[in-house]
Write a protein that binds this ligand. Structure first.
Ligand code: CO
Length: 154
């Protein structure tokens, strides 16, 4: 296992659409999963890490929230609520940058787990937000694209 260096903005890899993983049990993928978990745990504040953030152009992200580790391979958002909310987000690829982002309150996602089994997850609130942020990374979309510009009152 190894802690991987984090790719930061404006590295172009963060803008690439990732490739689907055809074999989740491939030893290289298994190693990447272990390394990404270790990298995420080292980062303390962060709850999510997507493969492009460690320079790998594959559809994989890791989320750790409330003591649970989610390993999402080829994740897709299947549905999301119309209801949205604005909340401040950060990103490991933008050290120290916290901005308000509008996202759906609830999402349903589909992915493969580390054994290649299909999983369906529903989330709301903060976890739904993290799923959306990380899946965006896999499509080359960054949270700065969705920043809500709040007008300052005079
Ligand atoms: Co991010």
């Amino acid at each position: 296992m190894a802690v991987l260096p984090i790719v930061t903005h404006p590295n172009p890899i963060l803008r690439e659409k990732t490739k689907e993983i055809t074999d989740p049990k491939d030893p290289e993928i298994k190693e990447l999963i272990f390394d990404m978990i270790e990298t995420l745990e080292k980062s303390e504040q962060a709850v999510g890490l997507a493969a492009p953030q460690v320079g790998k152009n594959v559809s994989l992200c890791i989320i750790q929230f409330e003591g649970k580790t989610y390993i999402l391979i080829n994740p897709k958002i299947k549905s999301k609520s119309w209801s949205k909310e604005i909340f401040e987000e950060g990103c490991l690829s933008f050290p120290g940058k916290f901005i308000p982002v509008k996202r759906s309150r609830r999402v349903k996602i589909e992915a493969l787990d580390r054994n290649g089994n299909k999983i369906v997850l529903k989330a709301d609130g903060f976890l739904a937000r993290v799923f959306q942020h990380e899946i965006d990374h896999l499509n080359g979309i960054l949270y700065i694209d969705k920043e809500v510009k709040i007008k300052k009152k005079k």
